[in-house]
Design a binder for this molecule. Structure first.
Ligand code: ADP
Ligand code: ADP
Ligand code: MG
Length: 664
C-alpha cells in the first residue's frame, strides 16, 4: 500500500477519498486554488499546496504543477476523483513519465473509451450491444442530416467528447436538425474543445442502468451489479439507486457479463462504469440494453453500490493501484438491501434550475439519518468557478420503500440558507407516486416538472415565526434562560407592532401583539392566532399554538429570512418600509442576468415584438447554456448587451418597452 497520495481534486470527492486513505493509514496531500484556500478538503489533508488562481484551467487542470507537488511532497500516487483530470490520458502519461502511479486505468484504456464514437466501434467489435446510430468520422452537416434521416427520428446528437450531460441535443424533426447540430457542436467545443458529434437513435422510454466494474493488474475483472440513474434532468443524474427496480435476475446477469466483457476487451484496471441505455417500452428485457459509454473513473454515484455491497470502492482503487489483486471474486459479491443517492445542488429549480451561488450562511446536513458526502461546511461559499454541488445524501434500507422513506426524511431535515438549493425539488421527487412505485424512466422529471417544482404555500405558522423574528421578538436577551429573557416579553410587552415581510414577491404587513409571558397574538389571513414561545435554541423555535406544539427554524442570512418548517424552506424578504413597490413591479419589464456568464446568442433587437417565454438570449455559465425567455408579451425597448459579452449577475440585458409605449 502507498504511504502518501495526492488528491488532484476538490470538494466532496477529495474529502471522500481522504476518508478512506486515512482509514488505511495513507497520508494525504491536497492541492487547492486561491478560491479554495479555506476549503474543507484543504483542512482535511495532512498537507496542502496552492496550485494557482480560481479558474480550473489555471489550477486543478495544471498537470505540471500537480506533478511538481507530488515531487515536493513525496506523494507516490495520484487519485484524480471525477471530473477535472480523471479521464485525461495525457495526465496519466505525464505521471508515468515522472514515476508516479495514477490511481485509475492505463492511458490506453482511457483513450479507447474517451471518445464515445470510437468506444462504440470498439464495443461493437467486442460483441457488446450498442445504441444504433452513426459514429464515424465524416462531420459534414448535410451528410449528418442524411444519417439522422436513415436512423429515423427522434435522434440524439452527442458531442463525442461529451460528459456530464453536456453537448447533447434531442431532435424530433428533420427541419430542426441543423440548428440542434450547431448548438451541440458549440457546447462540445466550449466544454471539451471538440465539436465533433455522433448521432444515436433516441431510445423510446429509456432507462439508464449502469454497471460498476473493477479490474486489477492481474487480469481479473468483476462487476458490482447495477445502479439505476434514470431520474435525470437535461441528461444529468438527479437521484440514483441500487439495485435497479424490477430487474430480472437473468437481465442482471446478462448486463454484468456484458460489462465485464467490455472491461476485459481493454485490459481494464481500477474502477469503471459501463453505462447502458435500456428500452423499457415493453418492460425490462435482457435483449433491450445497449452500451452508451464507459466512464473510466470513480462515478459520482458510487456510494449506492458501496451501501448495497458493503465494499469501499476507494479502498479497492487504492489496493488495485498499489498492485494488489481484487479484494473479492465475483461469487463473493452480493446485493444487500436498497440504496439511494440524491445530489443536493445550489440551483434554483423553479427558475429553470439555474445554478446559484452564495455563502452557506446556515447548513444543516442530515448526518444522523444518512451518509452525507460533502465538501463544504457552514460559512463556505458556492462560487461560480466550480460544480455547485453541496452534498450527496445517501441512504440504505432493507427494502426500496424503507430506503426511499429515509431519503425523504433526510431531505426534509436538510437546512440550507444563504443559497438556493434543489432540496425541495428532491423531496418532491421522493413523494412522486411513479417514482415510489419504481416506475422510472429518463422522461419522468420532464413530464411532471410543473408539479415537482411547484412551491408550496407558506403555512401561517411559518409566517408567524418570520414576523416574530423580523421584529426581534424571538431573540433571547442576555442570560441563559430563554423563558425569562425573551425580548418580546421583556421589552415589548403589551405593544402592537407590524412586521413588513415579502412573501412570494408580495408584501405583507403582519400585525403582532405581545401579550406577555412569551405569548403573542399574530394577525394572519385566517384571523388572529396565539403563539407561545416554548424554547429558542439557536435557529430552532419551539412554540405552542392552540394546544399544538411544533417547531420551525428561522435563519437570518443578511438578505432576508429563511424559515424551515415541515420539510420545506420558505424565503422571506425584509423590504425597506420606505422603498416603494414600483421597483418590484418594473421587474417584469427587464431581462436580468441571473448569474455571471457569457452572452452566447442574442435573438432580439430593439423594436422586435415578442411573446411571453420566447427565447431571447442564451447565456453560457458554468459551461452550460441557459436560455433566457421574454418575461411577458411586448416589444423590445432596448438591448443593453452584445453577443460575446461577459456579464455579471444582476446585469440588465434588455428591457421591454412599456405597455403604453408599445401600443403607441
Ligand atoms: P457520473 O457519470 O459520475 O455520475 P456525471 O456524468 O453526472 O457523473 O458527471 C460527470 C462530470 O460532470 C462530473 O465530473 C461532474 O463534476 C460534472 N457535473 C455533473 N453535474 C454537473 C453540474 N450540474 N454542473 C457542472 N458539472 C457537473
Ligand atoms: P454523458 O457523457 O454526458 O453522461 P451519455 O451518453 O452517458 O452522456 O448520456 C447521458 C444521458 O442521456 C443518458 O443517461 C440518457 O438518459 C440519455 N441518453 C443518452 N443516449 C440516449 C439515447 N440514445 N436515447 C435516449 N436517451 C439517451
Ligand atoms: Mg454518461
Amino acid at each position: 500500500m502507498f504511504k502518501k497520495i495526492l488528491i488532484a481534486n476538490r470538494g466532496e470527492i477529495a474529502c471522500r477519498v481522504m476518508e478512506t486513505a486515512r482509514k488505511l493509514g495513507v497520508k494525504t496531500v491536497a492541492v487547492y486554488s486561491d478560491a479554495d484556500a479555506n476549503a474543507k478538503h484543504v483542512a482535511m489533508a495532512d498537507e496542502a499546496y496552492r496550485i494557482g488562481p480560481a479558474p480550473v484551467s489555471d489550477s486543478y487542470l495544471q498537470i505540471a504543477k500537480i506533478i511538481e507537488v507530488c515531487k515536493q511532497s513525496g506523494a507516490e500516487a495520484v487519485h484524480p476523483g471525477y471530473g477535472f483530470l480523471s479521464e485525461n490520458p495525457d495526465f496519466v502519461d505525464a505521471l508515468d513519465a515522472a514515476g508516479i502511479t495514477f490511481i485509475g486505468p492505463s492511458a490506453d484504456a482511457i483513450r479507447a473509451m474517451g471518445l464515445k464514437d470510437a468506444a462504440k466501434a470498439l464495443m461493437e467489435k467486442a460483441g457488446v450491444p450498442v445504441v444504433p446510430g452513426y459514429h464515424r468520422e465524416t462531420q459534414d452537416p448535410g451528410f449528418l442530416q442524411i444519417q439522422a434521416g436513415k436512423i429515423g427520428y427522434p435522434v440524439l446528437i452527442k458531442a463525442r467528447a461529451g460528459g456530464g450531460g453536456k453537448g447533447m441535443r434531442k431532435v424530433e424533426r428533420a427541419e430542426d436538425f441543423i440548428s440542434a447540430l450547431k448548438s451541440a457542436q458549440r457546447e462540445g467545443e466550449a466544454s471539451f474543445g471538440d465539436g465533433r458529434v455522433l448521432i444515436e437513435k433516441y431510445v423510446a422510454k429509456p432507462r439508464h442502468i449502469e454497471i460498476q466494474v473493477f479490474g486489477d493488474n492481474h487480469g481479473n475483472a468483476v462487476h458490482l451489479f447495477e445502479r439505476d440513474c434514470s431520474l435525470q434532468r437535461r441528461h444529468q443524474k438527479v437521484i440514483e439507486e441500487a439495485p435497479a427496480p424490477d430487474m430480472p435476475e437473468e437481465m442482471r446477469t446478462a448486463m454484468g457479463e456484458a460489462a465485464v466483457k467490455a472491461a476485459k476487451a481493454i485490459n481494464y484496471s481500477g474502477a469503471g462504469t459501463i453505462e447502458f441505455i435500456v428500452d423499457v417500452s415493453e418492460g425490462l428485457r435482457a435483449d433491450r440494453f445497449y452500451f452508451m459509454e464507459m466512464n473510466t473513473r470513480l462515478q459520482v454515484e458510487h456510494p449506492v453500490t458501496e451501501l448495497i455491497t458493503g465494499q469501499d470502492l476507494v479502498e479497492w482503487q487504492l489496493r488495485v493501484a498499489s498492485g494488489e489483486p481484487l479484494p473479492k471474486a465475483q461469487e463473493e459479491l452480493s446485493i444487500n438491501g436498497w440504496a439511494f443517492e440524491a445530489r443536493l445542488y445550489a440551483e434554483d429549480a423553479p427558475k429553470g434550475f439555474l445554478p446559484a451561488i452564495g455563502t452557506l450562511e446556515h447548513l444543516v446536513l442530515p448526518e444522523t439519518q444518512a451518509r452525507v458526502d460533502s465538501g463544504v461546511r457552514a460559512g463556505d461559499e458556492i462560487s461560480p468557478f466550480y460544480d455547485p454541488m453541496i452534498a450527496k445524501v445517501i441512504v440504505h434500507g432493507p427494502s426500496r420503500d424503507a430506503a426511499l422513506g429515509k431519503l425523504l426524511a433526510s431531505l426534509e431535515a436538510t437546512e440550507v440558507a444563504g443559497c438556493v438549493t434543489n432540496a425541495g425539488f428532491l423531496a418532491a421527487l421522493c413523494r412522486h407516486e411513479g417514482f415510489a412505485n419504481g416506475d422510472v424512466d429518463t422522461g419522468l422529471i420532464d413530464r411532471d416538472l410543473e408539479s415537482l417544482i411547484a412551491e408550496p404555500e407558506m403555512p401561517e405558522d411559518a409566517i408567524a415565526l418570520a414576523a416574530l423574528t423580523a421584529l426581534g421578538l424571538t431573540r433571547p436577551a442576555e442570560g441563559n434562560d430563554p423563558f425569562d429573557t425573551l425580548a418580546g416579553w421583556r421589552i415589548w410587552s403589551a405593544s402592537r407592532q407590524f412586521a413588513l415581510l415579502e412573501i412570494a414577491s408580495e408584501r405583507r404587513d403582519v400585525e403582532v401583539h405581545a401579550q406577555g409571558q412569551n405569548k403573542f397574538t399574530v394577525h394572519l389571513e385566517s384571523g388572529p392566532k396565539d403563539f407561545t414561545l416554548v424554547e429558542v435554541d439557536g435557529s430552532t423555535i419551539t412554540y405552542d399554538s392552540n394546544g399544538h406544539r411544533a417547531s420551525g427554524s428561522v435563519v437570518h442570512d443578511g438578505k432576508g429570512l429563511t424559515v424551515f418548517m415541515s420539510g420545506h424552506a420558505f424565503t422571506v424578504g425584509l423590504p425597506d418600509a420606505l422603498s416603494s413597490d414600483e421597483e418590484a413591479a418594473g421587474a417584469g419589464d427587464q431581462l436580468i442576468a441571473p448569474m455571471p456568464g457569457l452572452v452566447k446568442m442574442l435573438n432580439a433587437k430593439a423594436g422586435d415584438a415578442v411573446t411571453k417565454d420566447q427565447p431571447l438570449i442564451i447565456l453560457e455559465a458554468m459551461k452550460m447554456e441557459h436560455t433566457l425567455k421574454a418575461p411577458r408579451d411586448g416589444v423590445i425597448g432596448e438591448v443593453m448587451v452584445n453577443e460575446g459579452e461577459q456579464v455579471t449577475d444582476g446585469t440588465i440585458l434588455l428591457v421591454l418597452a412599456e405597455e403604453a409605449d408599445a401600443a403607441a
